[in-house]
Design a protein around this ligand. Structure first.
Ligand SMILES: [Zn+2]
Length: 323
């Protein structure tokens, strides 16, 4: 494809776009530019024009982080579906069925075991495209299973958050996942294993109020919305205009809520570096010296006298030898 068809025509809405499938080009939400899908894949869905970090599915996230994109998918327990027989505009089982076929996954959390920078690591990633990444007992089980597997394997745990919160269709059972996931992660921490949370756009609601904010290290992606209640709700409640960039990753970094904001292209490398710092001792432990009384004292009579004689002879002869 020439530069003309590749770059210019789609922007002005002419020509070849109708020839191919619609999904060859994607419009960036931030700058409005059309981006060719292959360019977008190669840049891990970071807009090449404005650096906007578009959302990733859970599978894309796992592939991005593990060394050589190689990992073992973790199977998670399947709790009973639709315990409340919930129905709003549609029956809940129908909503789940659609979400499952669209996402090609059973839950809004997918987890894998592999290596990052050579360190054994379990990653659990939320999928915002699956019912807004909401957490029901199924997703809670996935995170608990990920933490337990990390303990079994003596591996670090990373959770990539992308969620609107707990899933209302399963009511209190969803809310129960907040303490459950927190306890599972606490058990991992008690074993001395690192837990890192990666906060992506958006991380809100019960996800923020539980596992997402208890990382030993909290990393956010640029521009990610991170908060409990959304900015609109807060603005309406306190009847004040919120500052620019409120609840965005950079604002939270400035106010001490996250440890670092890391570009997606540097995320795997940064995680590898943090994991190696947390898991490999940088300085060898000091060699313990023997106690002073155990050190043999030199014989005060023989050795110093003999040495002095030899030294005296040597110094006398040395200039002649040198000449
Ligand atoms: Zn853009």
């Amino acid at each position: 494809m020439s530069w003309l068809t590749n770059r210019v025509l789609p922007k002005i809405g002419l020509g070849r776009r109708k020839d191919g499938p619609d999904n060859l080009w994607e419009k960036c939400r931030a700058c409005g530019q059309m981006v060719f899908h292959r360019d977008l894949e190669q840049s891990f869905r970071v807009c090449p024009h404005c650096d906007h970090h578009m959302r990733l599915t859970a599978s894309q996230r796992l592939g991005l982080l593990f060394d050589d994109a190689e990992f073992e998918r973790l199977k998670t327990p399947q709790p009973p579906m639709d315990p409340l027989k919930f129905k709003d505009s549609r029956r809940y089982p129908d909503q789940i069925k659609d979400a499952r076929s669209a996402a090609e996954a059973d839950f809004a959390v997918e987890a894998g075991l592999g290596r990052i920078g050579g360190q054994p690591t379990v990653v659990a990633a939320q999928n915002f495209f699956f019912m807004g990444g909401s957490v029901s007992p199924g997703e809670g089980e996935a995170i608990v299973a990920a933490a337990e597997r990390a303990v079994q394997e003596d591996a670090a745990l990373i959770v990539c958050a992308a969620s609107g919160g707990m899933r209302m269709q399963e009511g209190i059972l969803s809310l129960m996942q907040m303490p459950r996931t927190t306890v599972a992660i606490q058990r991992l921490k008690e074993k001395g294993l690192p837990y890192i949370s990666v906060l992506t756009d958006p991380t809100t609601g019960g996800t923020t109020a539980s596992f997402a904010m208890i990382g030993d290290v909290a990393i956010a992606e640029p521009g990610a919305l991170i908060g409990f209640a959304g900015p609109r709700v807060i603005e309406q409640t306190i009847r004040e205009q919120l500052p620019d960039g409120f609840q965005r990753a950079e604002y939270l970094l400035e106010h001490g809520m996250v440890d670092m904001v890391v570009h997606r292209h540097e995320l795997a490398e940064t995680l590898a570096r943090i994991l190696s710092l947390m898991r490999e001792p940088m300085v060898a432990p000091p060699v313990s010296l023997p106690p002073p009384e155990a050190v043999a004292k030199p014989d005060p009579v023989d050795e110093p006298v003999a040495d002095a004689d030899e030294v005296g002879e040597d110094t006398g002869e040395a200039p002649e030898k040198a000449l």
